[in-house]
Design a protein around this ligand. Structure first.
Ligand code: FDP
Length: 337
């Protein structure tokens, strides 16, 4: 029997992005898919090919140790994006400055992209899921050439966002602003097929996800929320379960499918949290909102933050709508410093 499965490309073409005006965006998403397949392949055999571990003593713009696979993933995505010619420039977690493509085709593209090529990479050596996160915007003007400033758009201007989770299977989760779908990589055919259509995040969950090792560094309001999660209360199903992989993509993917709240707060040592607004918080916020959830920085919606720099950090509380609303109440009623 012939399979009726739809590839990501076919699905976008026929359904989510039907119409000629979307061809360039579909092609750009295809460039991302190509690199994701290559990264998935590298990760699957990393231990055999001696590409686990740190890349010498190299540190990234955030002062974090760079892994060999961070570099490989970054190169694969940048190659695919530049050679594909469907975006005018890229901001990557691995590169301090924005990268503007100079070839004739890319120059005339209307899209720009911000990407974390390998998120959660401190987990790579122990075989824990890692991911790629990306955010796509339209250039604000086609008349002038783009500069770093052109990347500094609010999250609510994103035209597409997605992540790829390299876990027990490789799954590509995508929104183009019309709900959220996911595609699973068939490892034999090496193609992504539609596997989760129109995902909706449960309104509430029983799992909270936070690095509780930072408890005494957290603002009072968050400490009280965590204590509340731990208390027994039959009516609300507490105590809640604490689940923290320490790989944002894995923690958010679980919250998206099962319901829950993911937290990376500000703390005494990290007044802006740790996660990056432009290529971690914004794309995840767009996806979760499109699935019916919410994402805030403690005070306002993530997607309404006006960015000042391409690598800036932001605290984030993201997940099931009722859980985000509740933590927001804790924050408003208690001290959040
Ligand atoms: P990593 O440093 O391994 O790249 O993006 C940064 C990130 O991982 C997230 O994926 C993860 O949620 C977070 O850092 C974990 O940070 P902590 O170790 O401070 O909990």
């Amino acid at each position: 029997m012939v399979s009726k499965r739809l590839t990501a490309y076919q699905y976008l073409l026929k359904d989510k992005l039907a119409g000629d005006k979307n061809r360039e965006l579909i092609a750009l998403l295809k460039d991302i898919k190509l690199a994701a397949r290559q990264v998935s392949k590298e990760l699957n055999s990393a231990g055999l090919n001696k590409i686990l571990g740190d890349h010498g003593g190299l540190k990234n713009v955030h002062g974090e140790k760079v892994k060999k696979l961070d570099i490989i993933a970054n190169d694969l995505f940048l190659n695919s994006l530049e050679n594909g010619g469907n975006c005018a420039g890229v901001v990557s977690e691995e590169i301090e400055k924005s990268l503007i493509f100079n070839n004739e085709v890319s120059k005339n593209s209307k899209y720009i992209i911000l990407i974390d090529p390998l998120d959660g990479s401190s987990n790579i050596d122990v075989n824990v899921p890692v991911g790629t996160i990306f955010s796509i915007f339209k250039r604000s003007s086609m008349k002038t050439s783009i500069s770093t400033k052109g990347f500094l758009q609010k999250g609510n201007k994103q035209v597409a966002a997605g992540y790829i989770i390299y876990g027990s299977s490789t799954i590509y989760v995508l929104t183009v602003g019309k709900g959220v779908d996911a595609f699973t990589l068939d490892p034999v055919v090496q193609e992504f097929y539609l596997s989760h259509k129109n995902i909706k995040i449960p309104k509430k969950g029983r799992m909270y996800s936070v690095n509780q090792g930072n408890f005494y560094e957290f603002p009072r309001a968050l400490q009280e929320y965590i204590r509340w999660c731990e208390q027994e209360d039959i009516k609300s199903g507490r105590p809640y379960s604490l689940r923290y992989v320490g790989s944002m993509v894995a923690d958010i993917h679980r919250s998206l499918l099962k319901g829950g709240l993911f937290i990376y707060s500000k703390s005494k040592r990290a007044p802006n949290g740790k996660l990056r607004l432009m290529y971690e918080c914004n794309p995840m916020a767009f996806i979760i909102e499109q699935a019916g959830g919410l994402a805030i920085n403690g005070e306002k919606r993530i997607l309404d933050i006006v960015p000042e720099t391409i690598h800036q950090k932001s605290p984030i509380f993201i997940g099931s709508a009722e859980m985000v609303k509740l933590i927001s109440k804790f924050i408003k009623s208690k001290q959040f410093n």
